[in-house]
Design a protein around this ligand. Structure first.
Ligand code: G3H
Ligand code: ZN
Length: 308
């Protein structure tokens, strides 16, 4: 089916207490692995490309790859810009046909973040495209952050309410204890803070960034309390590169790149399937491509099977 907007699927997830997986891709094999997994799990999916991915693949290639993958699937696929750090990048992606944007002004002072988020929302909304914003800041593990720095960068519930009123953003990335690019799953989220933010802006889907480093139980508690989009990148990249390293070690004389790369694609697919089941979005899409209604009971079923 054609690419869809993230607006309705995120609201559906919020209302039904599950989350949509938003998976980062940089190349054809990652796009294929992600969309095949969503297709097999009957899950709506957000395929997101970062500014780095756009620099690597080129905007037209990145857009084309996701558009083709979506056209071959019969589950909803969103093409989302991840961490667009300026207005111009958002406009370029809007023009290229992205169906969901992110303006990340988290490094800017509050007023500047508000001003640019508002501008991006105004133009994107003119053509029906939703915008994710970020308030507080999800830090990078590569910067060697301390627990005190993570705490200091967390989203303030009162500010979140004011921010949404001033900007009109459709969803909000919140900083609540996760850190980008962690290689092991050990972080715990501040669930009370997520609850407090959700209470202030109950109709705005919250977004969890840096989920690769967060314990599964914490992710599930966040989903129960207003998180409707969960971003995953590092965990997929680890699977992709480990599988290729293993293939090279097992077949040191192999020169056919397909034999090396396809195990990477399979690994991405398996990891996306695991996350989709964890987030409760498996089985949400019916045979006609629509979303099934009713509160989803995922927690106990998926906690048991989830690898910690
Ligand atoms: O925007 C992307 C995500 O927040 C991914 O974070 O690499 O820690 O999974 P991660
Ligand atoms: Zn992120």
């Amino acid at each position: 089916m054609p690419l869809v907007s993230s607006k309705q699927i995120l609201l559906h997830a919020l209302e039904n207490h599950y989350a949509i997986g938003a998976f980062n891709a940089n190349n054809m094999e990652q796009v294929q692995g992600i969309v095949e997994a969503a297709q097999e799990e009957r899950a709506p999916v957000i395929l997101q490309v970062s500014q780095g991915a756009i620099r690597y693949a080129g905007l037209d290639f990145a857009t084309g790859l996701v558009r083709i993958a979506a056209s071959l699937a019969d589950v909803p696929v969103v093409l989302h810009l991840d961490h667009g750090t300026d207005f111009d990048q958002n406009v370029r992606c809007l023009r290229a046909g992205f169906t969901s944007l992110m303006y990340d002004g988290s490094k800017k002072p509050f007023d500047e973040n508000v001003a640019t988020t508002k501008r991006v929302c105004e133009i994107a909304h003119l053509v029906g495209i939703p915008v994710e914003a970020e308030l507080g800041r999800v830090l990078q593990s590569t910067d060697g952050v301390t627990p005190e720095e993570v705490e200091a960068a967390m989203t303030q519930p009162d500010e979140a309410q004011r921010f949404i009123e001033l900007t009109g953003a459709d969803s909000l990335a919140v900083a609540c204890g996760s850190v980008h690019a962690m290689k092991s799953r050990e972080a715990e989220l501040d669930i009370e803070r997520i609850k407090a933010i959700h209470a202030k802006i109950p109709n705005i889907p919250l977004v969890l960034h840096g989920s690769s480093g967060v314990k599964h139980e914490s992710v599930l508690a966040a989903i129960e309390n207003g998180v409707a989009k969960v971003n995953v990148a590092t965990y997929l990249n680890q699977g992709f590169t480990e599988a290729m390293r293993k293939a090279i070690a097992e077949m040191p004389d192999e020169t056919d790149p397909r034999k090396i790369i396809s195990p990477g694609r399979e690994a991405v697919k398996e990891r996306v399937r695991e996350k989709i089941r964890l987030f409760g979005s498996a089985g949400v899409v019916d045979s006609s491509g629509g979303l099934t209604s009713g509160k989803r009971q995922f927690r106990s079923a998926h906690l048991g099977g989830a690898e910690e």
